[in-house]
Design a protein around this ligand. Structure first.
Ligand code: ADP
Length: 493
């Protein structure tokens, strides 16, 4: 067993290993690191720490599996069946997987149970269905030729994922990679390696051949960098900060021009017009910023509110925020858990300080929530009187902190909403259907929600404009990230 968490007590002192070539092994260096429970600050488990030498081993295994192993000869339909089997195994272990992510990340069990794990099942099942439906084309070319295309897996792919939705990010990455026939070296975030390792066990149990999926917990500058700059990795898919995304692209460019897809940060405008159903808009704003402790790249962190309804929206939002039950993530009643780490909590607190120093008004919250426990808890926080130029309105906070910003005319709100280097998501609340669709076109973001927020489906593409990323995850769009197109010419005369 790599790691087995059946109850919170049993989790402690278990050891996680690296999954390489179908086996759970120690790091070559023998090094280990600790993963903490953010709601208590205590050590949850010790995990083998991969570095470059382990990445080399894993890439070799993935290359062999891609070129010579049973995976390379497997029918697409059989690949789909394996993915379906994995989907079923995840469903069978849903409670355990939800518990692992809650312990490792600090997010409420009600979210891991009702949001994360169901979306994982949805995603893996969706891509299982794609495996045997990836087709090329026959192209009418000039001359006596038959020309057709083959859609082939890109090869060995490196996948580097963040800590905010540990298992879900693994599923978003693995689903399309496995459906297309790639082999994978996946690095979970150092803060949250445990659910990926448990998934690794289920992957073996499902019957995926050795070397198809390798899972290497470790740190960014060592294991992560080794993946991104590896000469025998054909593609790297990354989700994380824009800052690290830039490094990944640079490493890919400097090594072997491996294909790159990036899903990065955001600073979404969530625009409430005065003709919206205000109570629904307020609920949407709550989901938009407080889901997952605000540790969401598409969080609605800039709440643009039309003058006429500004005070009503802010006061209703305040009432909601103050009613959010913050505390022990294992309590099914808890609505907001702990931030993932002390470092992340400090970052958020610094932003709160900066908001105050720059003259924004604290409507509620603005500090650490010590009453919720000894872990890294925040108070849900609302700032008003926020100006576009303030740091809290410009930079991604990645915490439960929303800036309410007034506007008087919708064209102005769209313009100010777009005035950011990010472009991951945006939302608009209005009863006017014409305005809604027109605004959706004008917002420069990869996802636009109308009268809803944080809605996801495995079939619908997700990804960013501008510095929020390159490429799209989910849906049929994600398959393209893992495929090469080969044009085949046949002389007919
Ligand atoms: P966050 O700031 O939200 O922690 P990061 O972008 O730092 O997000 O981390 C996302 C993922 O990228 C993690 O798996 C992390 O280990 C990895 N990572 C961080 N730095 C690097 C790096 N220099 N090279 C490759 N991967 C990295």
């Amino acid at each position: 067993m790599a790691v087995a968490i059946l109850s919170p007590e049993k989790a402690i002192s278990r050891k996680g290993k690296l999954l390489i070539n179908g086996e759970f092994v120690d790091a070559l260096s023998g090094k280990e690191f600790e993963t903490l429970n953010p709601s208590t600050g205590e050590v949850l488990a010790h995990v083998a720490e991969a570095d470059k030498a382990d990445v080399d081993r894993a890439v070799k295994a993935a290359r062999t599996a891609f070129e010579e192993g049973p995976w390379s000869r497997m029918n697409a339909r059989e690949r789909g069946r394996l993915l379906l089997r994995l989907t079923q195994l995840v469903a069978d272990h849903a409670d355990e997987l939800a518990l692992i992510d809650t312990l490792d990340n600090g997010k409420p069990i009600r979210e891991t149970t009702h949001v994360d794990v169901p979306l994982v099942i949805d995603c893996l099942g969706y891509y299982a269905g794609w495996a045997d439906k990836i087709e090329g084309e026959t192209i009418p070319v000039n001359g006596p030729f038959l020309n057709y295309t083959l859609k082939e897996p890109v090869g060995v792919v490196g996948q580097i994922i963040p800590w905010n939705f540990p298992l879900l990010m693994a599923a978003w990455k693995l689903g399309p990679a496995l459906a297309t026939g790639c082999t994978v070296v996946l690095k979970p975030a150092e803060q949250t390696p445990l659910s990926a390792l448990r998934l690794g066990e289920l992957i073996l149990e499902a019957g995926f051949p050795e070397g198809v999926v390798n899972i290497l917990p470790g740190f960014g500058p060592t294991a992560g960098a080794a993946i991104a700059s590896h000469l025998d990795v054909d593609k790297v898919a990354f989700t994380g900060s824009t800052e690290v995304g830039r490094l990944i692209m640079e490493m890919a460019a400097k090594s072997n021009l491996k294909r790159v897809t990036l899903e990065l940060g955001g600073k979404a405008p969530n625009i409430v017009m005065s003709d919206a159903i205000i109570d629904e808009a307020v609920k949407g704003a709550v989901t938009g910023i407080f889901l997952n402790q605000g540790e969401v790249c598409c969080a609605g962190s800039r709440l643009f509110v039309e003058d006429k309804v500004h005070d009503e929206v802010v006061s209703k939002l305040k009432a909601y925020a103050e009613g959010i039950k913050v505390g022990n993530p294992l309590d099914p009643a808890t609505e907001m858990g702990a931030q993932v780490s002390e470092e992340q909590l400090d970052r958020i607190l610094n932003y709160c300080q900066s908001g105050k120093a720059e003259g924004a008004t604290v409507v509620t919250g603005g500090g650490r929530n010590t009453a919720a426990g000894k872990g890294y808890f925040m108070h849900p926080t609302i700032f008003s009187d926020v100006k576009d130029s303030m740091k809290i309105a410009r930079e991604e906070i990645f915490g439960p902190v929303v800036s309410a910003i007034r506007f008087s005319e919708i064209g102005e709100a769209v313009q100010r909403g777009n005035r950011t280097n990010y472009g991951l998501s945006a939302a608009v609340w209005t009863r006017d259907i014409k305005k809604a669709h027109t605004i959706a076109r004008k917002l420069r973001a990869g996802v636009v929600w109308i009268n809803t927020y944080n809605t996801f489906d495995a079939a619908s593409p997700f990804g960013g404009y501008k510095e929020s990323g390159i490429g799209r995850e989910l849906g049929k769009h994600a398959l393209a990230n893992y495929l090469e197109t080969k044009s085949v010419w046949v002389a007919l005369e």
